[in-house]
Write a protein that binds this ligand. Structure first.
Ligand code: AMP
Length: 276
């Protein structure tokens, strides 16, 4: 991969990278398509990164189908599907980790200690291996996007981070590889997530700006669904600092949730901002 990147760069080609954990869905494919439209070379990395999973989390359960993924990537015109092994990425004696402070403390960071350190470490390694000019991230993982933007700025990386909109199923559920954990009944119940976010957004549009009221709308709807077995958080945060807000101000806010249905920990978010 390193020698190919070197060759691409020497040929003056713009390299786009889409980092993934595989088991592709339309969300992943939308990132690949955007990269394909903007870059001469598109690299998709597929690596289920053990560092970003907690000891009690779903690393061993995480869905995998490399053959199907390879076909889908090829169909999108991806040049290289890069699938490193765990032992190549973290050989014996591996001891270096990247930590972004502050932005990683709230939201998912509070419930998944070490998760973002695992993400930033693997992403910086992928940047160094693939040497991309542009890297594509989904807004579904909003905190991840902001953490990577911060790391890129703080460490003076000459890389452009491109945010991409969340792709949803027809009924609103944000696409996720983890949706495959859901039974038919759980899958139906999962539509409650986006419904609750839309309801709060509608109330915000009608003039309600108090975070407490808007969060209560989401919490109330989520608690009304018996298959939601645990809510990690319902938060309203500043779109850049990710600090909790009491009031949705001029700069708008991100309304974000994380919860469990069955075996799946699901996250979603929506932007609250006056449309211009
Ligand atoms: P993952 O394989 O889940 O780690 O995701 C790889 C990339 O795809 C990340 O940048 C995610 O934010 C992005 N992604 C995942 N699901 C979606 C979605 N439903 N819409 C848009 N992007 C997504």
């Amino acid at each position: 991969m390193k020698s190919l990147s070197k060759k691409f760069r020497e040929g003056g080609e713009v390299i786009g990278l889409v980092p993934t954990m595989g088991y592709f869905h339309e969300g992943h494919l939308s990132l690949m398509r955007k990269a394909r439209g903007e870059c001469e070379r598109v690299v998709v990395s597929l690596f289920v990164n053990p560092l970003q999973f907690g000891p009690q989390e779903d690393y061993h359960l995480y869905p995998r189908d490399e053959d199907r993924d390879a076909k889908l990537a090829e169909k999108e015109g991806v040049d290289i599907l890069f699938i490193p092994s765990v032992s190549e990425m973290y050989p014996e004696g591996y001891a270096t980790f990247v930590e972004v402070k502050r932005l990683t403390e709230g939201l998912c960071g509070r419930f998944r200690p070490g998760h973002f350190q695992g993400v930033t470490t693997v992403v910086l390694k992928l940047f160094n291996i693939v040497k991309p000019h542009k890297v594509y991230f989904g807004m579904k993982d909003y905190q991840q996007l902001k953490v990577i933007e911060r790391m890129t700025r703080d460490l003076d990386l000459d890389i452009e981070i491109i945010p991409c909109p969340t792709i949803r199923e027809a009924d609103g559920l944000a696409m996720s590889s983890r949706n495959s954990y859901l039974s038919t009944e759980e899958r139906k119940a999962a539509t409650v997530i986006y419904r609750s976010l839309l309801e709060a957004k509608e109330t915000y549009r009608k003039g309600e700006t108090k975070a407490k009221v808007l969060k209560e709308i989401v919490g109330g709807i989520l608690r009304g669904e018996p298959l939601v077995r645990r809510i990690d958080y319902v938060e309203i945060v500043h779109p850049e600092t990710l600090e909790p807000l009491e009031e949705v101000g001029e700069e708008g806010a991100i309304l974000a949730v994380a919860l469990y249905i069955g075996k799946a920990r699901l996250i979603d978010n929506i932007l609250l901002r006056e449309e211009v």
